[in-house]
Design a protein around this ligand. Sequence first.
Ligand SMILES: [Zn+2]
Length: 238
Amino acid sequence: MLAGQRVEVETPHPRAATKRLAERLDGRLLESVEAVGKHLLLRFEGGLVLRSHLRMNGRWRVERRGTQRRGKPWLVLRGAEHEAVLWNGPVLELARDGGRLAHLGPDILATPPELETMIARLRAASQTREVGDALLDQRLVAGIGNMWKAEALWHARVSPWRPLRDVSDDELRTVLETSARLMRGRLDGARPLHRVYRRVGRSCHRCGAVIRSYPQGENARTAYWCPGCQKGGREPSA
Ligand SMILES: [Zn+2]
């Protein structure tokens, strides 16, 4: 609906604002909009491609220009008559045409997910990297959200703090399979039952230890884990 128009670009959400998309895209011609699997590719003049992955909660809405709304969407693309609004879009990346998408890992929501390719990518990464951090790297595996990562690691009894070199292929496979299954169940409408995510200070359903959380990785995403049944790695001191 907006393709072929010059668009005004705003990023009201603070986490989106840090990506400096508005500065780079505002006023550019939006040449085309293309869906590839769960990815939406917006091509702008000058060879810039904005990629969004909706994960579980992301939504694009097209509304009349100037529609009043509450809350802070990630992105607003405003054309002459309509505006496209992205809510909850944790994956939002700007790349040069022909650039990053080729390096994107296999999609966790593909049916079936390419588990062996994901494991190969995880093995090609630095093996000192902590598994909880690596699972969020879109170049290795695309589309696992922080909550699903935490839950899948708990189910597999793998601590997010273990370096990849200490995690077996079987363990990685279990974590990836579980993520896919949990996320797929959510898509099918099953209500998610959290075991560790946002359960800090409460007891683990499996072993009774107290659930912890701590920021992890370059982007300081919060890791949630049970120190009783997800042992190993350089766990931060309590
Ligand atoms: Zn436990």
